[in-house]
Design a protein around this ligand. Structure first.
Ligand code: NAD
Ligand code: MG
Length: 392
C-alpha cells in the first residue's frame, strides 16, 4: 500500500532529515511540502519528491515559486490559508516541522483528517495541548512525538501503564553556554549562543537550547502529552546527549533511550512506528564512550525552567502566553535589541501582566482562542521590550 506523506517545514533541519530518511524508503507518495521563505530549496525538494503541492509561507513569494516549479506538474500555493488547505489533503503520515506557533494551525488541520501526525513542532502542545489531544481523539488521529526527549519517553513507555510512572527524566545538553560562568551570561552574543556542542538544529531552537527555553517548552510538552503532573517531571543536565530521556517506574526501574545525538532516531521511529526499521545513524560503543555524566540544572543560570513551573501551575492558556513572549524575546535577542538574560526577564514580565487576564485562565476550545491569546501576548511582549534598555 502506498503511504501518502506530507511535510510541513521541509526546508528546515527536521524537514531535511525527514527527506533524508524518505530517500531511503519505498512505497510512499508525497502530497504536500511547505517552506517558509526558501523558494529555491522548496521547489527543488518538491520536484525531487514529485509532490502534489508546494506551499510557501510568504504570499509575496508565490510568483517565484510558480516560476521555480514551472513545467514540473507540482502545484504552487502560498500563505496561511493555503497551508491549511494543503494540511487538509488526505495523507497517512504528516510531519509537523514548522518552527514556532505558526506550526499549530496546519498540525491541527491534519489531525482533523485522521492522519498520523509526527510532531516535531513542540509549540503545538505548549500553546494548545488539550486542543491538540481532543482533536486527535475526536478524529481518530494519532500524534507521535518527534522531539528526541519525547520520542525517548514514548519508547520507554511502550507496553507500560502510565499509572506505574513515578517520574519522567528529561535530559538536557545544557546548550552552548553551559560551562560559562553565570555572571558572564548576560553578555553572551548570538554567535556564542549558536555554538551548540552536540546537536545540529535550526537557529531558533539552538538559541533556545542555550537559554533552556527549549527545555522549558519540553517540560510543558511532556506534561501535556503524557498527562503527568509537573512534580513528576525532572530535568537533568547530561552534556553528552547520549541518553535522550528516561522514565522511572514505581518499582524503581528506569527505562532510558540511548543513541547518538541524531534527530533521525526520533523521526525514523515515528516514520516506521509501530515497527522498527534500520536507520542510517551512528551506532553507540559503550566502551568507547567510557562514561556518561549528569548534573542538576542551576535555576539562576536557567530562569526559563522556573517560568515553566509557573506556567504549568497557572494552566489555561498560560502556555500560549509563554511561547508567544518567548518568540518575541528571541526575535529581540537575534535583532541585538536585548541581551541574552533579558529574554527571560521579558517573558517573566509578560507572564506577570497576563496571568491575571481571565481569558488566559480559560482552556482553549478552538484555534481562534489560542491565536487571540498568542496575539495579545505578542503585543504585550513587544510593548514591554520597547521599554527595555539592553544591558550587557
Ligand atoms: P528550522 O528553522 O530549521 O526550520 C523551520 C521550518 O519552518 C523551515 O522549513 C522554515 O522555512 C519554516 N518556517 C519558519 N517560519 C515559518 C512560518 N512563519 N510559517 C511557515 N513556515 C515557517 O527549524 P527546526 O530546527 O527544523 O525545528 C522545527 C521544529 O521542530 C521546531 O518546533 C523545533 O522546536 C522542533 N524540533 C527541532 C529539533 C531539531 O533537531 N532541529 C529537535 C526537536 C524539535
Ligand atoms: Mg528536544
Amino acid at each position: 500500500m502506498t503511504r501518502r506523506i506530507s511535510i510541513f517545514g521541509v526546508t528546515g533541519s527536521i524537514g531535511e532529515n525527514t527527506v533524508d530518511l524518505l530517500r531511503r524508503a519505498q512505497g510512499y507518495q508525497v502530497v504536500a511540502l511547505s517552506g517558509g521563505r526558501n523558494v529555491a530549496r522548496l521547489a527543488q525538494l518538491a520536484r525531487e519528491l514529485r509532490a502534489e503541492v508546494a506551499v510557501v509561507a510568504d504570499v509575496a513569494l508565490l510568483p517565484d515559486l510558480r516560476a521555480a516549479l514551472s513545467g514540473s506538474g507540482v502545484e504552487a500555493s502560498a500563505g496561511p490559508d493555503a497551508l491549511i488547505e494543503a494540511a487538509l489533503r488526505p495523507a497517512d503520515w504528516v510531519m509537523s516541522a514548522i518552527v514556532g506557533a505558526a506550526g499549530l494551525a496546519p498540525g491541527l488541520a491534519a489531525l482533523t483528517t485522521g492522519a498520523t501526525l509526527a510532531l516535531a513542532n513542540k509549540e503545538s502542545l505548549v500553546t494548545a495541548g488539550p486542543l491538540m489531544l481532543a482533536t486527535a481523539a475526536q478524529h481518530g488521529a494519532r500524534i507521535l512525538p518527534v522531539d528526541s526527549e519525547h520520542s525517548a519517553i514514548f519508547q520507554a513507555l511502550s507496553g507500560e501503564d502510565i499509572t506505574a510512572v513515578e517520574r519522567i527524566i528529561l535530559t538536557a545538553s545544557g546548550g552552548a553556554l553551559r560551562d560559562w560562568p553565570v555572571d558572564k551570561l548576560a553578555g553572551a552574543t548570538l554567535q556564542d549562543a549558536l555554538a551548540h556542542p552536540n546537536w545540529a538544529m535550526g537557529q531558533r531552537i539552538t538559541i533556545d537550547s542555550a537559554s533552556m527555553f527549549n527545555k522549558a517548552l519540553e517540560v510543558i510538552e511532556a506534561k501535556e502529552f503524557f498527562g503527568v503532573s509537573p512534580a513528576q517531571i525532572e530535568v537533568v543536565i547530561h552534556p553528552e546527549s547520549i541518553i535522550h530521556s528516561a522514565v522511572a517506574f514505581h518499582d524503581g526501574a528506569i527505562m532510558a533511550h540511548l543513541g547518538a545525538p541524531d534527530m533521525r532516531h526520533a523521526i525514523g521511529y515515528a516514520l516506521n512506528w509501530p515497527t522498527r526499521a534500520p536507520l542510517p545513524v551512528a551506532r553507540l560503543d559503550f566502551a568507547a564512550l567510557g562514561k556518561l555524566t549528569f548534573r542538576a540544572p542551576d535555576l539562576a543560570r536557567y530562569p526559563a525552567l522556573r517560568l515553566a513551573q509557573e506556567v504549568m501551575q497557572a494552566g489555561g492558556m498560560a502556555g500560549a502566553v509563554f511561547n508567544a513572549a518567548k518568540e518575541v524575546a528571541l526575535d529581540q535577542f537575534i535583532a541585538g535589541k536585548i541581551g541574552f538574560m533579558q529574554m527571560s526577564d521579558l517573558v517573566d514580565s509578560t507572564l506577570g501582566r497576563l496571568f491575571a487576564d481571565p481569558a488566559v485562565g480559560q482552556v482553549a476550545t478552538s484555534l481562534d482562542d489560542v491565536l487571540a491569546i498568542d496575539h495579545l501576548a505578542r503585543v504585550m511582549a513587544r510593548d514591554l521590550a520597547a521599554g527595555m534598555t539592553k544591558t550587557v
